[in-house]
Design a protein around this ligand. Structure first.
Ligand code: FMN
Length: 206
């Protein structure tokens, strides 16, 4: 496993699984055990969702099944294909846009698919695996390739594998791979009372 740590610098304690998780582009040339892969989707299964609608579908391709793998990879934009092809597992998340219980639009469908993906990434971290999510996909190509029906929409790409070594990446991707992770400060997005007023719990005036 890669020794590259990019531990979050935090302003309050957080769980190690969250602090250590990051999104690599280099993956080890090693397949992921099917039972571990199954655990990732089991974790996604237990995410919270609006009305417990569970509006997520995952289309998975592993290198053990090269045709299925290529079909998923082909749905990524070229830049993402250039590095994601080193991951032994690629996936697409898809959202079901309407609720089953009443046929109404589910305003939180993408939100819930994201929550399931986030849960999957934490499970991956717990198993020593790494996940890199991608917005850079071709949703209409995915619709065509997989026959995604109306009422569903591809949301994101996901690369999964054991972490690799930065030096295996093309030159232009080496620097971002080793750069520290950055985040906005808590006081820039935790408000109370009115829009833009920093919440006291993150240092705002009471
Ligand atoms: C919904 C979503 C879309 C993303 N799209 C891309 C992408 O298309 N290509 C890419 O290389 N990284 C992509 N990323 C990875 C982010 O750039 C990365 O999560 C962010 O820089 C924070 O880094 P960290 O995950 O290592 O903490 C995406 C992440 C998410 C959650």
């Amino acid at each position: 496993m890669s020794g590259l740590k990019k531990t979050a610098t935090t302003s309050a304690p957080i769980h190690g699984l969250i602090g250590e998780r990051w999104s690599p582009r280099a993956f080890a040339d090693r397949s992921v055990e099917p039972e571990k892969l199954r655990s990732l989707f089991e974790a996604a299964r237990w995410a919270a969702s609006s009305y417990n609608g569970q509006p997520w579908i995952f289309i998975v391709g592993t290198k053990d099944h090269p045709e299925d793998y290529k079909r998923v990879l082909d749905c990524f934009v070229e830049f993402n294909q250039s590095w994601a092809k080193s991951a032994p597992v690629v996936a697409l998340s898809v959202a079901k846009l309407k609720f089953e219980h009443n046929g109404e639009m589910n305003r939180h469908a993408f939100h819930d698919v994201g929550a399931a993906a986030a849960t999957l990434t934490i499970q991956a971290e717990a198993l020593g695996l790494a996940v890199h999510q991608m917005g850079g996909i071709l949703p209409e190509k995915a619709r065509e390739i997989f026959g995604i029906p109306e009422g569903y929409e591809a949301v994101a790409g996901i690369a999964i594998g054991y972490p690799g070594e930065a030096h295996t990446l093309p030159d232009h991707l080496k620097e971002p791979e080793v750069a520290p992770r950055e985040r906005k400060a808590l006081n820039s997005f935790v408000f109370s009372g009115k829009w833009g007023k920093v919440a006291p719990i993150v240092g705002g005036k009471p």
